[in-house]
Ligand binder design. Structure first.
Ligand SMILES: Nc1ncnc2c1ncn2[C@@H]1O[C@H](COP(=O)(O)OP(=O)(O)OP(=O)(O)O)[C@@H](O)[C@H]1O
Length: 676
């Protein structure tokens, strides 16, 4: 490292301040280490090191880049720090550039930074306009932007008359609520290019729509892909259409497959002229994205990539809000050019834990439409639906391929109203919804301490059911009936499925990991309470009835981060325990002692609950407000509830603060897609 002597004092002061903030828990250790590493690579000014610390810190919070405009105008807000914390760090770095262009000029001349228009020497930092990146994220954003632009922008030929014919069969009724049929529009739009994005809240019919889209593709593709030119189209002839279903987690994948099978089954009765049961049978199981791409242990590389693309014509990805930037880049890389990608997800949900908020970025125009006149004309011809005036405004190629579904079919009641209020940032309406539900679907409790809420964990809430007692009693009953040895009527597997279903109907979600209202504190308290009630007996780490969540992919045992299983006796080996995972209609199990990276899952984070729904969902907020406690988190927690939702707030005002707080992730994806 070469440092000008005049800067040495500032460096020392800055490093000391970074260390102090690290000790105080304001910075992660990696951020300081990264800045030091950058300093070893060339001449480094204190402002450059400061920018590196912040870039690394923001990466840890899910941002893919550092926006120089924010760095110049509101660094404190960007970090969620107090004025004193920021002032101390700033003072230790000496004079800082005054505005974004001064920052840009400073970074432009730094040896460790590659300004994208210049010669590339493989520097670790990338400067693209007013955004500073770690190289990996710039590469991933560029990959996603290029692929999205190409896929959305290149129109596929569509036989409009035939599409209209089939869409009228697949969607025979006008929407009850009036207005255009956005589901029908979504199908028409998705046919037109190799990218279709369908977003909407829970129960708005994303899966219902995509099942019809598959039927439409099936009905219209046969003539094009497989038959000789000029040959007559024959329903069912598109047997070779290779369709893959995927989702970020095993649970979400299993749910997708189940819902699509169910929707196709229903549809088959209405459209007997299409061999939809055959289509469903050929589709195969839905897979996790990791498994689809061929994850390999100890590497970030996948078996499938640009050089070895996936063998698919249509790829449907559900719960796309959970797909992080790096995964989306890998997925788009591995997708052959001719294949169609359909992304389904709720744009308002929490983004992935890892960096990026890809679906949210892609859906920025979804609410307002942004359709061009030619898209509107195509939609009218292909689906008979007129786009209302307010949605007309050409917002670019991506907007033409994005459709938001707006009418929830199973979420219109109090839970839906609450979710809407939270999403709109309306705390007063959220409070009114929570307090005004006389039917008992919603409850709002403010327990002083966790012990006041533990009865809920045991027996649920009156009228709402739930609680962990039920599945634990089923385990006991299985013991009494000798089911563990497979001797019970219906067999061991049926019993396991019943126990798993009972467990899956109820869950306690936490906004945070630490503290008495966090995952760790509540899990311990619940375990103790259940043990005191005689419902479980803890003997060491593993015990019968212990629910666990896998915290790391393990290729040896085939379990993945986020998978949830229940510990039950092994029928083949008396005295030993296995962990059973539900996979839709089937069950998979692993010897408990083979699972190394797991944690108890009576309580789990809202983040990890994405892709799952529970009949009765309880969400506990902590006592203190914070930046992580944001609207998206509260919305995601509420929308995990199918029939009943209970909110626990030891301090009621925390709810208002959380609803007011928004998670904004810095990203350059939109700019890169626009090609600016
Ligand atoms: N146009 C429609 N007509 C009749 N029923 C519908 C329609 N659209 C959706 N439904 C029904 O509404 C329910 C919810 O639909 P679906 O599961 O497709 O929603 P989703 O958006 O995929 O939900 P989630 O976000 O929970 O996955 C289903 O029972 C579905 O059959």
């Amino acid at each position: 490292m070469s440092i000008h002597p005049a800067q040495a004092a500032n460096h020392a002061a800055l490093l000391a301040q970074i260390d102090a903030l690290t000790e105080a828990g304001q910075l992660r250790r990696l951020s300081g280490a990264f800045a030091r590493f950058i300093a070893t690579l060339g001449n480094s000014s204190p402002p450059l090191m400061l920018a590196c610390v912040l870039l690394s810190e923001l990466e840890g919070r899910g941002h893919s880049c550092l926006l120089l405009s924010e760095l110049a105008s509101d660094p404190r807000g960007m970090l969620g720090w107090t004025e004193e914390e920021w002032r101390a760090l700033k003072a230790s770095a000496g004079p800082l550039p005054k505005n974004a262009s001064a920052w840009r000029a400073l970074l432009y001349t730094s040896e460790q930074v590659w300004p994208v228009a210049d010669l590339d020497f493989g520097q670790p930092l990338v400067l693209d306009q007013d955004r500073l990146y770690l190289r990996r994220y710039w590469r991933d954003e560029s990959t996603v932007a290029r692929a999205v632009r190409a896929r959305a922008g290149e129109a596929r030929p569509v036989d409009v008359g035939r599409v209209r014919h089939w869409l009228d069969i697949l969607f025979p009724h006008a929407p009850r609520e009036g207005g255009p049929d956005w589901q029908k529009i979504a199908c028409a739009v998705a046919l037109r290019a190799n990218l279709g994005i369908i977003t909407g809240g829970p129960g708005t019919g994303k899966t219902y729509t995509v099942a019809r889209l598959l039927a439409l593709l099936f009905a219209t593709a046969g003539g094009k892909r497989e038959l000789a030119p000029g040959a007559e189209f024959e329903a069912g002839a598109a047997g070779g259409l290779r369709i893959a279903l995927a989702a970020p987690t095993g649970k979400a994948a299993a749910r997708l497959k189940q819902s699509i099978d169910h929707a196709l089954e229903e549809l088959a009765e209405k459209v007997p002229e299409l061999d939809l049961p055959g289509l469903a049978a050929r589709m195969g199981a839905a897979r996790t994205l990791h498994s689809l791409l061929g994850a390999r242990p100890d590497t970030r590389q996948f078996v499938h990539n640009k050089g070895n693309p996936l063998d698919v014509d249509v790829l449907i990805v559900d719960e796309a809000s959970m797909v992080h930037l790096e995964m989306m880049a890998s997925l788009l890389d591995a997708l052959p050019d001719h294949a169609r990608l359909i992304l389904l997800g709720d744009k308002d949900q929490l983004a992935s834990v890892e960096a990026g908020a890809v679906l949210g970025d892609l859906c920025q125009d979804a609410q307002s439409g942004g359709y061009s006149a030619s898209t509107a004309a195509y939609i009218l011809a292909a689906s008979g639906q007129a786009i209302p005036e307010g949605f007309l405004r050409d917002a670019g190629p991506l907007a033409q391929q994005t459709v938001m579904l707006r009418q929830s079919r199973r979420f219109g009641g109090p839970i839906g109203q609450l979710a809407l209020a939270v999403n709109a940032g309306d705390a007063a309406a959220a409070r009114a919804a929570l307090g005004g539900d006389s039917g008992g679907q919603l409850a709002w409790i403010s327990p002083a301490q966790p012990s006041d809420a533990l009865q809920l964990a045991l027996a649920g809430r009156e009228g709402a059911g739930g609680g962990y007692e039920r599945y634990l009693r089923l385990i006991r009953a299985g013991h009494d009936a000798g089911t563990h040895e497979g001797g019970h009527e219906g067999g061991h597997e049926q019993w396991v499925m019943r126990v798993l279903a009972a467990f899956e109907s109820f869950r306690i979600l936490c906004a945070v990991r630490v503290g008495e209202w966090g995952v760790a504190g509540l899990n311990e308290a619940i375990e103790q309470r259940l043990e005191a009630a005689g419902l479980l007996r803890r003997r060491g780490e593993w015990y019968e009835g212990r629910p666990v969540m896998v915290t790391r992919n393990d290729y040896g045992t085939g379990v993945f981060n986020g998978d949830i299983g229940l510990t039950l006796p092994d029928p083949a080996r008396p005295g030993s325990l296995r962990v059973y995972f539900s996979e839709g209609q089937a069950v998979r199990s692993v010897l408990a002692t083979r699972l190394r990276q797991v944690e108890t899952a009576f309580a789990m984070t809202v983040h990890k609950s994405q892709g799952s729904e529970f009949s009765h969902t309880v969400m506990a907020l902590p006592k203190e407000s914070s930046a992580v406690l944001a609207r998206e988190l509260v919305y995601t927690g509420i929308t995990r509830a199918k029939h009943h939702f209970t909110l626990l707030t030891p301090v009621a005002d925390v709810l208002d603060d959380a609803i007011a707080e928004r998670t904004q992730r810095a990203s350059g994806l939109r700019t890169l897609i626009a090609g600016n």
